[in-house]
Design a protein around this ligand. Structure first.
Ligand code: NAD
Length: 255
């Protein structure tokens, strides 16, 4: 690795496993100090492996959002990079979705972005520097499928929030961007989606494979680095070409 994040302090929310775990590992390898915030205590062993620290956090709770940012600034004296990656993706058709389930998905996925950003922006403004990243999705902003009503609304909402936050903070050295992953094989994906769904998604990806947390971590590292200082208010699609085809018959085999 090239030390792209040397000396930076990073908070990775939803960093215990999956995409967030991949981002935390890569950021540490690039020289950042890491705090992993998550509901799952498995984040504790990853944080200590990376020489950082773990904080149990429900990012949908305003008090916990403030507390985790305070813990980072207490420990590291700064917060340079915020990654709000925590997200949930229950599969439920709209007519079967309870108002409670709708609220929970919106509160974690979209509300978590608002609460984490609101907490982190104060110390970032004071320092005159910040990189805020949010994990959106191709599902919602670009494409969708049945059973993803609440999830799609939450992720499309994140993209709107990214633009608004980027504009508000542009004069303070703070950039705000997002990543729209395609289908990434993670613990959450295996737990919440059937093997048939995963096979179907694989066949819909032009590059011919599912994505990995490392694919997303590479994009996150770029957006969190000094090289991306002129990029703000946008999202990067990392999907192996999944949103490109007009129809199902898109394969041209080499030769
Ligand atoms: N896997 C994919 O194909 C895919 C595609 C597009 C977008 N995403 C998004 O990427 C993110 C990570 O997905 P993943 O597949 O790695 O999921 P995952 O379930 O493997 O990991 C998500 C992590 O977030 C944590 N988390 C959940 N709710 C939380 C809360 N309220 N507070 C703090 N932490 C919380 C979980 O405990 C878990 O460690 C999510 O936002 C998801 O919507 C995933």
């Amino acid at each position: 690795m090239t030390g792209k994040l040397n000396g930076r302090a990073a908070l990775v929310i939803g960093g215990a496993r999956g995409i967030g775990g991949g981002i935390a590992r890569r950021f540490a390898a690039e020289g950042a100090s890491i705090c992993i915030a998550d509901l799952e205590a498995e984040g504790e062993s990853l944080a200590s492996e990376l020489g950082g620290f773990f904080r149990h956090t429900d990012i949908s709770d305003p008090t916990e959002a403030e507390a985790v940012v305070a813990a980072v600034t207490d420990r590291f004296g700064r917060i340079d990079i915020l990654v709000q990656n925590a997200g949930i993706y229950p599969w439920t058709l709209i007519e079967n979705t309870s108002p409670e389930e709708w609220d929970r998905v919106l509160r974690v996925n979209l509300g978590g972005c608002f609460l984490a950003t609101r907490a982190a922006v104060k110390p970032m403004k004071a320092a005159g520097y910040g990189r805020i990243l949010m994990t959106s999705s191709i599902t919602g902003p670009r494409v969708t499928s049945p059973g993803h009503g609440h999830y799609s609304a939450s992720k499309a909402g994140i993209n709107g929030f990214i633009r608004a936050a980027a504009l508000e903070f542009a004069g303070y050295g703070i950039t705000v961007n997002g990543i729209e992953p395609g289908n990434i094989l993670t613990e959450g994906m295996k737990a919440h989606r059937s093997a048939a769904f995963i096979e179907d998604m694989k066949s819909a990806i032009p590059v011919g494979r599912m994505g990995t947390p490392e694919d997303i971590a590479a994009a996150a590292t770029f957006l969190a680095s000094g090289e991306a200082s002129f990029i703000t208010g946008t999202t990067l699609v990392v999907d192996g070409g999944q949103i490109l085809p007009e129809g199902n018959d898109f394969r041209l085999e080499p030769g």
